[in-house]
Design a protein around this ligand. Sequence first.
Ligand code: AMP
Length: 306
Amino acid sequence: MSLLTVGSVAFDAIETPFGKTDKIVGGAGTYISLASSFFVENQNIISVVGSDFPAATLSEMNSRGINTDGLQIKEGEKTFFWSGKYHNDMNNRDTLVTELNVLEHFDPIVPKPYQTSEYIMLGNLSPSVQSTVIERITKRPKLIAMDTMNFWMDIAMDDLKKTISMVDVLIVNDEEARQLTGEYALVTAAKNILAMGPKYVIIKKGEHGALLFSESQMFFAPALPLAEVFDPTGAGDTFAGGFMGYLAATDDITFDNLKRAVIYGSAMASFCVEKFGTERLLEVTQIDIDLRVKKFNDLSSFDLKK
Ligand code: AMP
């Protein structure tokens, strides 16, 4: 089934207790599309970069079935840049720099073949860009999911709420769910988010797993306990890519399949954190994914005593 990803393709500079990188390739759209490329053979991406962005990265994406006709390259302009520093617990981070650059006036052109996409993953971007893409889609997709972050809640809450009302699934982390709703208890926050429009909400809790809610059902997926976490950047986007890639590949949007998709998303995210940036994702194989999903299954399945 056709999958369209919208999200930043960026340069990141990251500092963790284990080390520091100069500018490396990152961006929500990059992580999402790389993660979903393990599930769907062909997919499309809408984004924008400057002429400073490496052509080799775009070729690498193309070789993984990611069509970049909708990725604009702005001659003489600079790619979006984000820099963050993680605290010792690796669950919290401070944003040090956000340079919007090409994202500041981004007009997301939706090429004709993309306009009938059946699955759409709106990665972290300005909510008005996210809603513009939805408005430019000519056929109602089977499922639209979106991610966002505190940055947009601070500067564009009204736009954000409008975009949330247009999607089927909202994916946020626990702090974002609390900021969005003003509720501390995640069950109450989820209820409030569902009242904003989405049929499902996923609340990620970093190393403590992820919760999936519908109006009448709830599911919890653990995160895989890992001995070493090097860099959590992009883990949320990689989760979203695995989640949507799995749904698009299986073309089944029942709650039971959404549960499986949450596990696939969690498995993909567990790879992402093992090295800096996209490095680990680029070396993962299908066998690695199968083995890791099995680990998730072993981690939490048990028989009730008869
Ligand atoms: P995550 O760790 O999953 O929250 O995603 C981190 C990625 O999001 C980084 O690669 C950044 O380039 C990207 N990012 C950070 N801030 C923004 C923003 N305001 N808009 C779009 N992308 C962003």
